[in-house]
Each structure stands twice: as structure tokens, then as C-alpha cells.
Design a protein around this ligand. Structure first.
Ligand SMILES: Cc1cc2nc3c(=O)[nH]c(=O)nc-3n(C[C@H](O)[C@H](O)[C@H](O)COP(=O)(O)O)c2cc1C
Length: 401
């Protein structure tokens, strides 16, 4: 899959450098040629001998190594790759990249390259959350640098929180997608997002706490990989990604009809939190307080959008993904939901109030497929979207997920 691809791998000075060794092995198994650059601090965590043995290539370490310059100078090194990958991307390397510094081989190569750059940050939670790092990350995203992770988890320093590097497999997926050059080009993907509003009368409605953050991030990530995205969204305060086809709806019934209109599609991702019921006794005029006492709301079940599309006899998208917002027995409930609805994958999460997930910026999901349950660590909703988009790209490309 990566046959003949050339990857320049910059290994920074963090504990997570050990994962770069597993990554090298995986990339080489995939047929890639990996040229390693070790920072001075990186050498403290991964020995040049180990790295060069795994890469079966020379390790580049010093900007002023004349032999290197004679063999392959830093400019040539930065251009000879198809992709530059930084694993782990330390706070220091992110800061240098964001500010255009070039005071060692790694930062000089990163400044000189004309190739896409993918970084896998890893650092202590305070370092990651520090406004300086967050500013640098925002700048780098603006500059077109791709990120994979970080996720939330236990740190080598004993603290817990966001800043932990993703696993080698996730970086391998992100590299495969980055090198696929708009892996979803030519694919039409439908994404639903946000809550639905079920009217009680013209001014009141039944809704839920979905903010649309996760669905919007997924639409953006898929579009970033070249997909033509139809974005069917319930009422939210979040701007839809620029360039996607937006269909605004209010009720579950409107969402179903917008979804049916948007088909056919290669994949459909149902991230919206669709109301299960609507009010059959909804009034056309505002229900007056006190006139007839407290109104009794009569509810009826809404059509199940996920099941309807999953079970289509004709025109079913090749990949149908549902979301399961659970508060108990997440994996068991989501696994039976996948079978009941007939979809391919379920992205399940625990939306109990104490998780802060519904309406928050982070998510902790389990991806349920025919192969079983794959639990992802807690991470930002953008990171979840990027990882999911990678998996979707690989699935639509006919690769094993
Ligand atoms: C034991 C140890 C672990 C470290 N782990 C990290 C880390 O995970 N992330 C990080 O950004 N910096 C970490 N640092 C600090 C970096 O090594 C330091 O900022 C260094 O200058 C980074 O250099 P580089 O960016 O050129 O690799 C660690 C330092 C030590 C001593």
C-alpha cells in the first residue's frame, strides 16, 4: 500500500519516541522507505543504532555533518521524501515549526521542505494545554500541517490528560491517507449532524444536548480528504465547514427526507442525535398557559433514519456508520444496535453528564464493526474525526480496516 513511498521520519526528544520504532517496522512492512532524522534530544530516547538498523538506512543527526552534506544536504533531504512525519512532535519542535526556526537539522528540514508534513504530538498535559502550544498548533493547522492526535491518557510522568501520543497503527493510517493524495476524491459522503427539534407549538420544541461539534468535525475531515460532502444538519450554533453542501433541517422527519434526497452516496455517517419521538398533538398556534391546564403531550415514534438507510434494498451506501450515545453498558448496547439496525459500524460513546462529552470538545469512542470493538482513548473531537476519516478512506479504498 505504501510501496515505493519515501517517508522522512523526524524523531523528537520525548518518551513516546519508542513508538516510532514500531512505526518504522510497520511502514517498512507496508513497502515504504523510511529515512530517519534524530534530534539531539531524540537520541536520548531512541538510539541511532536501533533506528538505523530498523530503517536499514543512515540516521541523519547533525546539520553541520559535512559527510551528510556531501551525501545528501539538508535541502535535498527535505525534498527527497513524499511526506515528512514528526514522531513524537515535541512542544519544542511544534514551537520551532510554528515560528519558522531552523537551528538544528530537524527544524531546518521542516522549514526547507516543500512536501506535506504530518505531526504526532506527545507531551505532558500542561505543556499541551499551555496557551503557547495551543497557539502554535493553531498556526501550524493554518499553515496546512496535518495532525494525528494527541489523545487523553496516562503519561509517563504520572499525570493524566490530553497530550499522550496516538498508537503507531493510528500514525500508519494517517500516513497512508496523507500519501493517498485526497484519498476520498470522487467519493460522495453524506454526514448528518446536530440535534433535531420536534415542535410542541410554534415557539416550543423538544430537543437534546447535541451541539453538532462532532458531526461538523467529521464533515470537515472527510472534505479535507477530497470527499464531496452533503452535510444534513439540525439546528446548531456551529458554522458548517466551508465548501460542503449544507442542508438545514429541523425535525427528524425533515432529516429523513433530506437524507433520502442526498442518496446515492458511497458512505453515510449518521452523527446527528435524532429525536426518537415527535409530538403528534403539536399545536399550530402558541399553547396558552392556564387556559386548559397543563397540556398533555402525545408522542409518536419517528422513523429510524439509520435503520432505513442500512436496510435499503437498492442504493444502500457501501459504508453506513451510526452513532450510539449511551449512558450504560456502552459496548453491549452499541453492539446490539449495530446488529439491530443493519449498519456496518457504530461509533459509540458514553454521554453520561459526568463525561462532559455531549456539548463538549472531547470524545471517547468505541468503534464497533463486524470485527469487534476498538476502544479509542479520549481525545479532541477533531482528532476523533480525523481518525474516523482515515478509517473511512481505507475502507472505501477496499483496504482492511
Ligand atoms: C525524560 C524526559 C521526557 C521528555 N518528554 C517529552 C515529551 O514527551 N514531549 C515534549 O514535548 N518534551 C519532552 N521532554 C523535553 C524535551 O526533550 C526537550 O524540550 C527537548 O529540548 C526537545 O528537543 P527536540 O524538540 O529537538 O527533540 C522530555 C524531557 C525529558 C528529560
Amino acid at each position: 500500500m505504501l510501496h515505493g513511498k519515501r517517508i522522512l521520519l523526524i524523531i523528537g526528544g520525548g518518551i513516546a519516541a519508542f513508538k516510532s520504532l514500531e512505526l518504522i517496522r510497520k511502514l517498512r512492512e507496508d513497502g515504504a522507505k523510511v529515512t530517519p532524522v534524530l534530534t539531539k534530544a531524540g537520541e536520548q530516547f531512541a538510539t541511532p543504532l536501533t533506528v538505523s538498523s530498523l530503517c536499514v538506512d543512515k540516521v541523519y543527526r547533525d546539520l553541520f555533518d559535512l559527510t551528510d552534506e556531501a551525501e545528501m544536504g539538508h535541502i535535498e533531504l527535505s525534498r527527497a521524501a513524499d511526506l515528512v512525519v514528526v514522531v513524537p512532535a515535541t512542544a519544542d519542535l511544534l514551537a520551532k515549526m510554528a515560528n519558522g526556526m531552523a537551528n538544528d537539522l530537524a527544524s531546518t528540514v521542516l522549514l526547507a521542505t516543500d512536501k506535506p508534513v504530518l505531526v504526532a504530538p506527545a507531551m505532558n498535559v500542561r505543556m499541551w494545554l499551555h496557551p503557547a502550544t495551543q497557539r502554535n498548533v493553531a498556526t501550524l493547522r493554518e499553515d496546512g500541517v496535518s495532525f494525528v492526535g494527541p489523545v487523553e491518557g496516562a503519561m509517563a510522568c504520572g499525570e493524566y490528560g490530553p497530550g499522550r501520543m496516538v498508537e503507531a497503527r493510528d500514525i500508519q493510517d494517517a500516513i497512508t491517507v496523507a500519501l493517498a493524495d485526497k484519498a476520498l476524491k470522487g467519493k460522495r459522503v453524506l454526514v448528518t449532524s446536530g440535534p433535531t427539534h420536534e415542535p410542541i407549538d410554534p415557539v416550543r420544541y423538544i430537543a437534546n444536548r447535541s451541539s453538532g461539534t462532532q458531526g461538523t468535525a467529521i464533515a470537515k475531515a472527510l472534505q479535507g480528504q477530497g470527499a464531496e460532502v452533503v452535510f444534513v444538519t439540525g439546528p446548531t450554533n456551529i458554522a458548517p465547514p466551508a465548501g460542503v453542501e449544507v442542508v438545514n433541517v429541523e425535525t427528524a422527519a425533515e432529516m429523513l427526507s433530506a437524507v433520502e434526497d442526498a442518496l446515492p452516496a458511497d458512505a453515510a455517517i449518521f452523527a446527528a442525535a435524532v429525536a426518537d419521538w415527535h409530538v403528534t398533538s403539536a399545536s399550530d398556534s402558541k399553547i396558552k398557559k392556564d387556559i386548559n391546564g397543563i397540556p398533555a403531550l402525545v408522542l409518536a415514534e419517528n422513523s429510524d433514519i439509520l435503520a432505513t438507510v442500512s436496510q435499503l434494498k437498492e442504493g444502500r451506501p457501501g459504508l453506513v456508520i451510526g452513532f450510539a450515545a449511551e449512558t450504560d453498558d456502552v459496548i453491549a448496547n452499541a453492539t446490539s444496535k449495530r446488529e439491530r439496525k443493519g449498519c456496518d459500524w457504530i461509533v459509540a460513546n458514553d454521554v453520561s453528564p459526568q463525561t462532559g462529552i455531549m456539548g463538549g470538545d472531547e470524545n471517547e469512542v468505541v468503534l464497533i464493526s463486524a470485527e469487534g470493538a476498538d476502544a479509542w482513548p479520549r481525545m479532541g473531537k477533531t482528532a476523533v474525526a480525523e481518525l474516523l476519516a482515515s478509517r473511512i478512506s481505507l475502507a472505501l479504498g477496499g483496504e482492511e480496516t
